[in-house]
Ligand binder design. Structure first.
Ligand SMILES: Cc1cc2nc3c(=O)[nH]c(=O)nc-3n(C[C@H](O)[C@H](O)[C@H](O)COP(=O)(O)O)c2cc1C
Length: 363
């Protein structure tokens, strides 16, 4: 009987502790600030979408950048912006500048809305130098300028352009860009153009839950896509036009001014870097690294053709919405009549990278 009372007592203690612990032992929830800047209104839609993913029960203030007077009360800060001319907003730069010493002591995450999310992209405009654009590439300068702030997560989601809403100079510049773009402009002929990759918002939100708040990722995270989706059409006059078209990963373009191959393979960034090094060695190509980040690498791949150095622009990138794959782009801006050996070298790179079933078909 005594033994029975002892066991009963022990079980009662265990049960009470299990029931009470979540209430008593739970650490106080971390307080967050999501600060954003926007011109046309798409970034705050993403901000509230993220707040929903992070969880309404988590204390998270969502404020436009000009409504913030201090970051002191917060344990973590999510900083979001539109991208304009390849950068986050000037007010976001000022915010980071002003609070940099506080931010350096907190957990910080950066996110961008943007038109182009493809982090294998290179932009070459007439008279300008070829350089990386799109997605997280736009955060590079900000992060280099404020190296004491080490973000836990960064993201570039894509975004939305409502063409009839564009203001004077913006409307003119976007129109000009559409005319100049060698590789075409995705928003041509659309009233609303959307590029946002919902999975990226969801991965970012879940990363914040896990890496900042120590919570489980939301399994049914897709249920919040209504924060972004709307019934508005891509074009008021042409019902066949879609505001969002899933962009293809596999592209082959050969024009007079551009030779371009883009695809994806099953690999990781380090493995791809090794394969590119082997390709360079086998094909008399010198790889000059332009920039390396944790998510991509950009090379000038130089081949001497008849005494002249010709440059291929090679980028490999991993993307949060496509785990296990590496996206690769190889470009030559040399003219059609001079670039035969370059086309051949790019063909060799494809052969090597695609070998052993690595090429991912489709899309
Ligand atoms: C004038 C202007 C310049 C832009 N420049 C870029 C750019 O360089 N790169 C990019 O990916 N997106 C660019 N965008 C796209 C915006 O970042 C995108 O539409 C974003 O969703 C806008 O956010 P907002 O609605 O919160 O203002 C530009 C948009 C405008 C209007």
């Amino acid at each position: 009987m005594k033994q029975f009372v002892k066991i009963f007592y022990l079980i009662s203690v265990i049960v009470s502790l299990t029931l009470l612990c979540p209430l008593v032992c739970r650490a106080e929830a971390k307080k967050g600030l999501l600060v954003y800047d926007s011109i046309y209104g798409s970034t705050p839609e993403v901000a509230y979408w993220l707040k929903a993913i992070i969880g309404d029960e988590q204390p998270l203030d969502v404020k436009r950048v000009d409504q913030v007077i201090t970051v002191a009360p917060y344990d973590y800060v999510l900083i979001g912006s539109y991208s304009k001319w390849e950068k986050p907003s000037p007010r976001i730069y000022k915010f980071v500048e002003k609070y940099q010493s506080d931010l350096a002591k907190k957990q910080v995450c950066y996110f961008l809305t943007c038109g182009d999310w493809d982090e294998t992209m290179i932009l070459k405009v007439p008279g300008g130098t070829a350089h990386q654009i799109a997605g997280r590439n736009y955060l590079y300068e900000l992060m280099t300028k404020y190296p004491n702030i080490k973000p836990v997560v960064i993201a570039g989601f894509g975004g939305r352009q409502v063409t009839p809403a564009l203001q004077g100079a913006d409307a003119f510049m976007i129109w000009m860009l559409e005319k100049l773009a060698r590789e075409g402009a995705a928003w041509s002929g659309l009233d609303i153009y959307e590029s946002l990759v919902p999975e990226r918002v969801e991965v970012f939100g879940n990363d914040v839950r896990q890496k900042v708040l120590g919570l489980e990722p939301l399994a049914d995270v897709q249920k919040y896509r209504g924060f972004w989706q709307s019934a508005q059409p891509g074009s008021l006059t042409d019902p066949s036009k879609k505001k969002y078209t899933v962009r293809t990963y596999t592209v082959h373009t050969a024009t007079d001014k551009l030779f371009y191959s883009r695809f994806r393979i099953k690999s990781d960034l380090d493995g791809t870097i090794k394969m590119l090094a082997a390709w360079a060695q086998q094909n008399g190509v010198t790889l000059n690294e332009q920039r390396k980040t944790f998510f991509n690498v950009y090379y000038h791949a130089v081949k001497n053709v008849n005494g002249k150095d010709m440059t291929m622009h090679v980028v490999a990138a991993v993307m949060p919405d496509d785990p296990g794959a590496v996206h690769i782009s190889l470009r030559s801006y040399d003219k059609l009549d001079a670039r035969k050996p370059i086309e051949e070298a790019i063909g060799k790179a494809e052969q090597l990278l695609w070998a052993d079933g690595r090429k991912i078909e489709g899309r």
